[in-house]
Design a protein around this ligand. Sequence first.
Ligand SMILES: Nc1ncnc2c1ncn2[C@@H]1O[C@H](COP(=O)(O)OP(=O)(O)OP(=O)(O)O)[C@@H](O)[C@H]1O
Ligand SMILES: [Mg+2]
Length: 364
Amino acid sequence: MPRIELSKLGKRYGDVEVLHGIDLAMEEHEFTVLVGPSGCGKSTTLRMIAGLETVTSGEIYIDGNPVSHLEPKARDLAMVFQDYALYPHMDVARNMSFALRLQKVPQAEIDRKVRDVAEVLGLTALLNRKPAELSGGQRQRVAMGRALTRDSSTFLFDEPLSNLDAKLRGQMRAELALMSQRVQKNMIYVTHDQIEAMTLADRIVVMHGGHIQQQGSPEELFKRPANKFVAGFLGMPPMNFLAGELQARDDTLCVVGDSFTVALPPALAERCQSHSAREVVLGIRPSDLVLDAENTAAATERFTLDVVVTEYIGAQSVLICDCASQRMVVELKSDVPVGLGQRMNFRINPDGIHLFDAQSEVAI
Ligand SMILES: Nc1ncnc2c1ncn2[C@@H]1O[C@H](COP(=O)(O)OP(=O)(O)OP(=O)(O)O)[C@@H](O)[C@H]1O
Ligand SMILES: [Mg+2]
């Protein structure tokens, strides 16, 4: 039984429809991440679940019960916003217990909850400090602690890490993952950062233009993207897309483009047979091109590229290359010497070939 379910959930502001009837079922204790570009409707969805926005159409169910008519506080949810605004005159313990004190929870119980949550979040030594005496990451943890002490069944996060610098984001991401394992609650987390989504989620929901593009485990979406948008959104550096046409060569179905001919693996070739499209987009992730220094790959398993720019990023280098008229990015171990303008051969990892209908952009 899913804990939270959205059924044909729609939102309209005046004449503008911003959510087009989305369906989503989250399992118990699942960490669900809503991810997508700015304006795609992530916060609106989260705020509707929280009860901070009205529902235009469809319904939200919690444990099978419709809740869209309920006030936020009747929904048993706790929300952590991007702008977490702690009370500056209260110490960490009092910030964390604020809601409990309002509810007149007995002091002994408040103390116990604050102690437990502080332990989980690594805040025990900081309970008597004021927010001004904390680092950004510690403040962020206090904001989460404030939500966690409320013991709700579900936690909603709207870009909680976006105020932090890159290093702290990485640390907090790891802490969040650890925390969610410990507390075993439902988590719904909004971000536009695909790395956060990939690392934290049990279920990723990719949104675009008020529609769900695809949902599933990070691995499912990475390996089998349903369309070109999802394929290009997840993964860094992003997937390469090359225009081509399906053509048979010596009984083998190939994608033929400007200066390349790539044979399709049998399963993919079979799917193409039942597909009407001849104009396609070939998708290859930068990590699915393997250097073929000896030039042993067959002509239909090979890409010959001219290196235009090399970006050294530590263990890996990113090569930006020309493939005739199109650009292609390749990831390579950085101990391989590469000169600008060099022509290099790459073999394609056979599992790494993705194909999309050029018109509909749906995966074949
Ligand atoms: N109060 C409002 N009135 C009219 N339009 C709104 C209102 N709030 C949001 N929108 C529009 O709804 C769409 C979705 O907004 P939403 O805040 O859900 O996006 P988001 O995915 O959270 O984006 P971001 O990553 O920038 O936070 C946007 O096009 C936005 O302009
Ligand atoms: Mg938002």
